[in-house]
Ligand binder design. Structure first.
Ligand SMILES: Cc1cc2nc3c(=O)[nH]c(=O)nc-3n(C[C@H](O)[C@H](O)[C@H](O)COP(=O)(O)OP(=O)(O)OC[C@H]3O[C@@H](n4cnc5c(N)ncnc54)[C@H](O)[C@@H]3O)c2cc1C
Length: 297
């Protein structure tokens, strides 16, 4: 590509001058890249559903351990970050129990050490740092304002048991309007490993756990139990696993799946669970024979 020299001036005394641009150049600059990415990521290596603290920790860990994997994050909201922009009761400090402080140091975030736990001055400092470091990996793609509406489920190559083999997506604004407009078909992303990190039950939350019940992959939801910090956090980290073939579940969605306690505003479990989910995804990937995004053996 030949680049023309432009007469630009960065002067804040009234002579600031931009390089010229046409409206069509702006549109094509976005469309070319976004649609090429959609085309390329129609087959991904790992899809992470939900960019909250658990999903982002999983994406960061996976991307740093495995630069060879195409990691695609689908986030329903315009703003990624889930519930981790604030601490409890809309206050700003974020409490993280040890040993999850190791990950905070890895991200290079300042904190106060209270002995058995740490406090970051603002939850947004954690989330924005994690988000920017995750997006900086060349193998990570984030598609926000995009909702997972369903799971692709096919018979397993060997056992004929049901296996999750991808996600069904739509623009969130479309997903929210299926009741008002008919026949707005979705798109799909095929992947051998899906990590579900959709958080608590809510309009879109606990998505995969609820779909597992309606698809017959899970008998019933466990439903989140009352608050108990000391039981809740280890239950989420230790319970992080492949809950159905091809589907790893992490973060607070697991409390709905398993029926474990909630922990309130302490975030170590989201970090530990996200890291464990990344290792689970790698285990499945490395122990499978994969052709065109499908596990064949
Ligand atoms: C009722 C309630 C109770 C809470 N109780 C606790 C608690 O006990 N302990 C605690 O730590 N925190 C609690 N929180 C706060 C907060 O949800 C969590 O701390 C933390 O943010 C959970 O992290 P996560 O990554 O699992 O999920 P979240 O931060 O919720 O992130 C999930 C992300 O997935 C996205 N998503 C959801 N469905 C879809 C879909 N279908 N397609 C694409 N994206 C999707 C969401 O937009 C969101 O960004 C509570 C929140 C609520 C609303």
């Amino acid at each position: 590509m030949t680049r023309q020299k432009h007469d630009v001036v960065e002067d804040y005394d009234g002579s600031y001058k931009f390089a010229p641009i046409t409206e069509a150049e702006v549109s094509r600059a976005m469309i070319k890249r976004y649609m090429t990415t959609m085309y390329e990521r129609a087959i991904s290596d790992v899809v992470i559903v939900g960019a909250g603290s658990a999903g982002l920790t999983c994406a960061y860990t996976l991307a740093s351990l495995r630069p060879d994997l195409k990691i695609t994050i689908i986030e329903a909201n315009v703003a990624p970050g889930g519930g981790a922009w604030l601490g409890g009761q809309l206050m700003t400090p974020m409490v993280i129990r040890k040993p999850a402080d190791r990950f905070v140091r890895e991200l290079g975030i300042e904190y106060e050490d209270e002995g058995h736990f740490i406090v970051i001055k603002h939850a947004a400092l954690f989330t924005s740092t994690l988000l920017s470091k995750t997006l900086a990996f060349p193998n990570v793609v984030l598609m926000n304002a995009t909702a997972v509406e369903d799971l692709i489920i096919h018979p397993d190559a060997k056992s004929q048991n049901q296996r999750v083999g991808g996600v069904v997506t739509n623009w969130t604004l479309v997903a929210l309007n299926h009741d008002t407009q008919s026949c707005m078909d979705p798109n799909t992303i095929t992947a051998p490993v899906i990590v579900s990190a959709t958080g608590h039950d809510g309009p879109m939350g606990a998505f995969s756990a609820k779909r597992m019940v309606s698809a017959g992959l899970l008998k019933e939801l466990g439903n989140m139990r009352g608050l108990d910090m000391n039981r809740a956090e280890p239950a989420i980290v230790n319970g992080t696993r492949e809950v159905a073939p091809g589907l790893v579940m992490t973060g607070m969605e697991l409390s709905e799946h398993d029926g474990s306690n909630r922990m309130g505003p302490t975030f170590g479990a989201m970090i530990g669970s996200g890291i464990k989910a990344a290792h689970e995804a790698i285990r499945i990937w490395d122990s499978s024979e994969i052709v065109a995004g499908r596990i064949v053996a």
